[in-house]
Unconditional design. Structure first.
Length: 185
């Protein structure tokens, strides 16, 4: 009986929504499942080709300083949430974390930070943090590659500083993951 009632309620709800509302409901539902987005664009590639996996010698990944290049406009909470989200993404991608191993340092700067305004929430929210990130050999301080990494939220359910930190962590770790050999995990 409960299943029939639920199906009937959903049918009535979707039947009374306009096409735009149904699309929004689907988009917001996907936002709950998938979370914020993280994308990167290499500026100085880590390897000579897209298929190169030069980060295989590293067995530890460390988040270094990411400075605020926006004159203090980046919320302090971003720095609170980012380390935990970075570690969570590394673990989720099964990247190694050996205390005595060779370390790859992630450092950079926030170039742009945007919260959605009230108008943005009505028209379709867009919140993002844009960073210039360097992957650095911690022992030699040699920069191995540079990329713009972006944490972005486009659904109301993913709005907020923590979600942008999660998206940024996804972008950084997906860049490392793309250059790390699968057989080393």
């Amino acid at each position: 009986m409960k299943k029939t009632t639920l199906c009937l309620l959903l049918a009535v709800m979707f039947g009374t929504m306009g096409p735009g509302c149904i699309g929004t409901a689907i988009s917001e539902g996907a936002g709950v499942l998938l979370g914020p987005k993280g994308v990167y664009a290499e500026i100085q590639p880590v390897g000579a080709t897209k298929d190169a996996r030069p980060l295989g010698e590293y067995t530890r990944f460390e988040l270094g300083e990411i400075s605020d290049q926006m004159g203090g406009k980046v919320p302090r909470d971003l720095w609170t949430y980012l380390p935990g989200e970075f570690r969570r993404e590394l673990n989720g991608n099964k990247l190694p974390d050996e205390r005595g191993g060779k370390t790859l340092l992630v450092r950079g700067a926030v170039l742009h930070y945007e919260d959605a305004s009230l108008l943005g929430f009505v028209a379709g929210p867009l919140e993002e943090v844009v960073t210039r990130i360097e992957l650095v050999d911690k022992g030699s301080n040699k920069v191995l590659g540079t990329a713009n990494c972006i944490g972005r939220t486009t659904e109301r359910v993913n709005a907020g500083v923590k979600e942008k930190a999660q998206g940024l962590a996804k972008a950084i770790v997906s860049w490392i993951d793309a250059r790390y050999p699968k057989e080393r995990r």
